[in-house]
Design a protein around this ligand. Structure first.
Ligand code: HEC
Length: 128
């Protein structure tokens, strides 16, 4: 398979992107923090599940399967807490908006909420 240099660079830049917001360096454990993941599930059920499935299937927004593999933790947590600014300025977020045609509303998450949901996403992606 032929891979063009530009594509590879662009893909790498997207994978490394941290988004726009307060999270610049998120520390992750080597294994799952089940308490955090459980707390994240509670928030997911109430605030996110109406628009996001845990599979790769799109509902209103993209399915969450493998989201921790296609984005950095910083990007996910910045988008989760700061969607308005990122939908205006972040290239990846703008691209998703073009596909989904709905602006994700700010869900009023605390920093801890965002971290807990991220841990739940890691669990969903197979971290144990
Ligand atoms: C009203 C529907 C809606 C709700 C509720 C919602 N989202 Fe979203 N979300 C979207 C849409 C639509 C997108 C795609 C970007 C856009 O068009 O705004 C998205 C994108 C995302 C992404 C990026 C996904 C990817 O594949 O990169 C993350 C992360 C995310 N949402 C987190 C959350 C979290 C966390 C919650 C709950 C606290 C939540 N969302 C609740 C509609 C929603």
């Amino acid at each position: 398979m032929l891979i063009k240099a530009e594509d590879t660079d662009a893909d790498k830049a997207a994978q490394d992107a941290k988004g726009i917001g307060k999270f610049t360096n998120v520390e992750l454990g080597a294994t799952l923090d089940i308490k955090m993941a459980d707390a994240g599930k509670v928030i997911y059920d109430v605030k996110c599940s109406s628009c996001h499935r845990l599979t790769e299937e799109k509902l209103v927004g993209p399915g969450w399967k493998d989201v921790t593999k296609r984005r950095t933790a910083e990007w996910v947590m910045n988008f989760s807490t700061n969607p308005n600014e990122m939908l205006d300025k972040d290239a990846i977020a703008k691209g998703m908006l073009e596909e989904c045609l709905v602006r994700m509303p700010n869900q009023g998450l605390s920093d801890d909420d965002a971290r807990h949901i991220y841990e739940y996403m890691r669990q969903n992606d197979g971290v144990k």
